[in-house]
Design a protein around this ligand. Structure first.
Ligand SMILES: Cc1cc2nc3c(=O)[nH]c(=O)nc-3n(C[C@H](O)[C@H](O)[C@H](O)COP(=O)(O)O)c2cc1C
Length: 283
């Protein structure tokens, strides 16, 4: 344990806002500082990625834990600007806003794939059927592993000065995306990730999170305790949006909108069928 430096205190202030309670004590390390410094980047410089960026990110991704050491994920790095533009245009047609400039601006788009295709082929080559892959758990397992890999890659990218933003919107176009990148059966793009050099002149700031008692429970789940922390989070959330010149919105409203607006689904309402068409039976 160590006393927080001014820089570390500033990170806590940014992550939780000045008015919410802060976690303490904290155990500070350079890695913890780096993690608390995360912010999604949606404004990129036109520069190419430094040589080795993708390889370094993927080495970090491969160092994440993965279920039963089965290596059930892949990543497709879209570096061809024409293909990236095609993907970007296709996504843009699926969302209310007519452009998603950060996919266009970023020099690379990584597509993180839950990938049972290698296992399915190896199993069939051994004369057996991959019956376990018919179950929801297999799909979930590969999706979890893809997410853990991607997050390690994100942390590595940020440590070398790159910025990233995850792109769940890729699932809006799951079917056509699979076609565009020649995805085999038993594989599915869980999400994308734009990566590039941040244009700090247009960058946003660290986005505050709720105070820890909203999400941290010891030994048993304290139902409803989150309500005691809502008002303080709203204050911090709305102040952040105002500072970033974002549209006026409260957090509770966003949560409710995400739970009720079919616009929010933007094409993902038929995802079960799409995933099943990709070979997963989700039993
Ligand atoms: C799985 C996943 C999918 C996401 N999809 C999108 C997306 O499609 N578009 C986008 O602009 N941001 C996307 N995000 C970024 C979140 O909006 C962002 O992480 C969140 O607002 C918190 O902000 P921060 O990352 O700057 O802390 C996604 C994040 C995750 C984890």
């Amino acid at each position: 344990m160590s006393t927080a430096t001014a820089a570390q205190q500033a990170l806590l202030d940014a992550r939780y806002g000045k008015t919410q309670s802060k976690p303490e004590p904290m155990i500070w390390t350079p890695q913890v500082e780096a993690l608390l410094s995360h912010k999604s980047v949606r404004t990129f410089l036109p520069d190419a990625l430094p040589a080795g960026t993708i390889e370094t990110m993927v080495a970090a991704a491969q160092s994440a834990s993965n279920s039963s050491a089965l290596n059930q994920w892949s990543v497709v790095a879209i570096t061809d600007p024409v293909l990236k533009q095609r993907i970007s245009d296709t996504v843009a047609r699926s969302v209310p806003a007519d452009r998603i400039p950060w996919i266009e601006e970023a020099p690379a788009l990584l597509l993180w794939v839950a990938d049972l295709s290698r296992g399915a082929e190896m199993t069939r080559n051994s004369g057996k059927e991959p019956v376990v892959f018919d179950y929801l758990d297999s799909f979930l397992m590969a999706s979890i592993d893809a997410a853990l890999a991607a997050q390690n890659a994100a942390v590595a990218a940020e440590s070398i000065g790159m910025g990233i933003v995850y792109l769940g919107v890729m699932r809006n176009i799951a079917e056509s995306l699979a076609e565009m990148i020649n995805l085999p059966q038993y594989s599915f793009v869980t999400f994308g990730m734009a990566v590039g050099l941040p244009d700090n002149a247009r960058a946003s700031s660290i986005r505050p999170r709720p105070a820890q008692p909203m999400v941290l429970h010891y030994n048993h789940y304290e139902q409803g305790r989150y309500r005691d922390y809502l008002d303080d989070y709203e204050t911090v959330y709305q102040a952040f949006r105002e500072r970033q010149r974002m549209s006026k919105k409260n957090w509770s409203g966003s949560v409710v909108e995400s739970a009720t607006s079919m616009d929010y689904m933007a094409g993902r309402s038929a995802l079960r069928e799409t995933v099943q068409m990709r070979g997963f039976k989700l039993k």
